[in-house]
Design a protein around this ligand. Structure first.
Ligand code: PLP
Length: 462
C-alpha cells in the first residue's frame, strides 16, 4: 500500500480554513463542524485502507462535510407524500389536519393561553372545558373528556369503572389493533377482569345476562373496526346491551375505535356506527380516536354520562394520560368545523374518503400529464382500490385511480427507493411489479413534488 495516499488527506485545520467551511461556522457550532470533519476524514482513511487505489480529493471531502452539515439541519419528523391510497395511514401520521386551523394552533402554541385558566372567574380552570361543550353539542352526550389516544381512553374508563371487578365482553370482539392494543391486555393493565362470553361468531343477549354477577362492573362492546365476522353471525346491538345494563343496574361501554361523527352511508360508504347513534342508544361510556375517521389530532375522546366522566376526571391516571395545548387547540378547531360547517368539505381525511371516482380519474390524468414531459419516464393510468386504513372500514374497497411510473434504466425497487429517499419522501405502492401512485391521498402540491423528484431522479440516472 502506498502510504502517501494517507498524506493526501487534508488535516482538520486545513478543511476548516476552506472558504465554504469557514462560511458554515456562522450558523453552526465550531465543535460540531470539527466533529463532522473528523468523521468524514476518518471515512476516507477507511476507504484508503480498503482500496489501495483510492484517490482522495480534498474538494470531495469538503463537499461531503458541507452536505453532512446541511443534512443534519433537515427535520427527522417531516412531511411525506402519501401515494399509497391508504387514507388513515398509521405509520404516516394518520389524519392530516386542514390548513384552516393552523392559525388557531400557532396562536396558542406561541403565546400564553387559557389552557387551565378561567377568564370569567380569574382562577384556575379545566383544560377539558374547551372541548367538552362542543363534544356534547355535536354528539348529544352529557359530558366528555379527552386523553392521549383511544388506548388511553379505554384504559382510563376500565380502570375507573371496573378495577378489580369483571367486565363482560363478547368473544367476537376481543380485538387487536395495530399490534400493541389488545382488549385482553388493556383490560389486564387497568386491573379489570375479563369475562368473555359467547363464541367467535355468535354472542346472544342471554350470554351477557348469564355472565352477570355481583362482581360485574361493566358491559363492554368493542367495535370490530379492523375486521368483520361475516356469515352465520350474531352480536347484541348497543341498544339491547343498554336495556340489559339498565335492568341489572350495570353501566355499558362501547369502544367505537374510529369514532365517525357523520353518516358515511350518504357518501356511498358502508355504515359505520356513529358516535351520535351510540349516544342515542343510551350507552354510558363511549370511547374513540381523534385521528381516525374524525380527522383530527391524536387523541382519545370519551363521551357519555356525567356521572362516569366525573369519576374519570378525578382518577389520578387522567393526569398521566392528559393531552397538551397543541392537541386541544387543534381538536377544538376541528370540532368547530363539525359544528359550524360541512366537515366533508374541509377535513382532509373525510374529503379523501369521499372523493368521487370521476374526480380521481381526472387527478390521475393530471398527474400523468405533468409527468409526461420528463424524458425517460413511462406512465400509465391504473384503476386501483384504495383503503381507509387505520383499522377503519375494513371491507371497504374504495375504487380509485393512480399512475404507474417507470424510469428507463431503473428497476422498480430502485425507483421506489429513490422516491422514498427524496428530500420530501414519496411513499408509493408496488403493484404488479410497478411503482404506483394512488391519487386519492395526494394533497395540494404533492403533484409538483412528485414531478420534481422524478426530474431529479432522471437527471442523476442519465
Ligand atoms: C384504533 C382503535 C383503538 C386504539 O386507538 P388509538 O387511538 O390508536 O390508541 C382501540 N380500539 C379500537 C376498536 C380501535 O379501532
Amino acid at each position: 500500500m502506498d502510504i502517501n495516499l494517507y498524506r493526501l488527506l487534508p488535516s482538520v485545520d486545513e478543511v476548516l480554513r476552506d472558504e465554504s467551511i469557514a462560511h458554515l461556522l456562522n450558523d453552526n457550532k465550531r465543535e460540531n463542524v470539527v466533529k463532522i470533519i473528523r468523521r468524514v476524514i476518518e471515512k476516507y482513511r477507511m476507504e484508503i485502507n480498503n482500496n489501495v487505489n483510492f484517490i482522495v480529493d480534498k474538494a470531495e471531502i469538503i463537499r461531503q462535510v458541507v452536505n453532512d452539515i446541511e443534512m443534519r439541519k433537515l427535520m427527522n419528523l417531516k412531511r411525506v407524500v402519501n401515494g399509497t391510497g391508504i387514507v388513515i395511514h398509521t405509520n404516516l401520521g394518520r389524519s392530516p389536519l386542514p390548513k384552516q386551523i393552523k392559525d388557531n394552533i400557532w396562536e396558542v402554541a406561541s403565546h400564553y393561553s387559557t389552557l387551565e385558566y378561567d377568564v370569567e372567574k380569574g382562577e384556575r380552570g379545566s383544560r377539558y372545558l374547551h372541548i367538552e361543550e362542543l363534544l356534547c353539542e355535536i354528539s348529544g352526550a352529557e359530558a366528555a373528556i379527552v386523553v392521549n389516544n383511544n388506548a388511553a381512553a379505554v384504559l382510563l374508563a376500565l380502570s375507573t369503572i371496573a378495577k378489580g371487578k369483571e367486565v363482560v365482553v363478547s368473544r367476537g370482539q376481543l380485538v387487536e389493533i395495530g399490534g400493541s392494543f389488545r382488549i385482553p391486555e388493556v383490560m389486564m393493565q387497568s386491573g379489570a377482569i375479563l369475562r368473555e362470553v359467547g363464541t367467535t361468531n355468535k354472542t346472544h343477549d342471554y350470554d351477557y345476562i348469564n355472565a352477570i354477577s355481583e362482581n360485574t362492573a361493566l358491559l363492554l362492546k368493542v367495535h370490530t373496526s379492523n375486521y368483520k365476522i361475516i356469515g352465520f353471525t350474531e352480536e347484541v346491538s348497543s341498544s339491547r346491551l343498554v336495556e340489559i345494563g339498565l335492568k341489572f343496574k350495570i353501566p355499558t361501554m362501547e369502544d367505537l375505535g374510529s369514532g365517525v361523527m357523520i353518516d358515511l352511508e350518504k357518501y356511498g360508504l358502508e355504515y359505520e356506527p356513529t358516535v351520535q347513534d351510540c349516544v342515542k342508544a343510551g350507552v354510558d361510556i363511549i370511547t374513540f380516536s381523534g385521528d381516525k375517521l374524525l380527522g383530527g389530532p391524536q387523541a382519545g375522546i370519551i363521551v357519555g354520562k356525567k356521572k362516569y366522566i366525573d369519576l374519570m376526571k378525578k382518577n389520578p391516571l387522567t393526569r398521566a394520560l392528559r393531552v397538551d395545548k397543541l392537541c386541544l387547540s387543534s381538536l377544538e378547531a376541528i370540532l368547530k368545523i363539525y359544528r359550524d360547517s360541512d366537515p366533508v368539505e374541509i377535513i382532509p381525511t373525510l374529503k379523501m374518503l369521499t372523493k368521487k371516482e370521476n374526480d380521481l380519474y381526472n387527478s390521475a390524468m393530471e398527474l400523468k400529464r405533468m409527468i409526461s414531459g420528463i424524458p425517460g419516464i413511462k406512465s400509465e393510468i391504473l384503476k386501483l382500490n384504495s383503503m381507509a386504513g387505520g383499522g377503519s372500514l375494513p371491507l371497504e374497497n374504495l375504487p380509485s385511480y393512480g399512475v404507474a411510473i417507470s424510469v428507463d434504466g431503473l428497476s422498480t425497487n430502485g425507483l421506489e427507493k429513490k422516491l422514498r429517499q427524496n428530500i420530501i419522501p414519496i411513499i408509493v405502492r408496488i403493484i404488479s411489479d410497478r411503482v404506483t401512485v394512488d391519487v386519492r391521498t395526494l394533497i395540494d402540491d404533492d403533484y409538483q413534488i412528485i414531478v420534481d423528484a422524478l426530474k431529479h431522479i432522471v437527471e442523476v440516472c442519465s
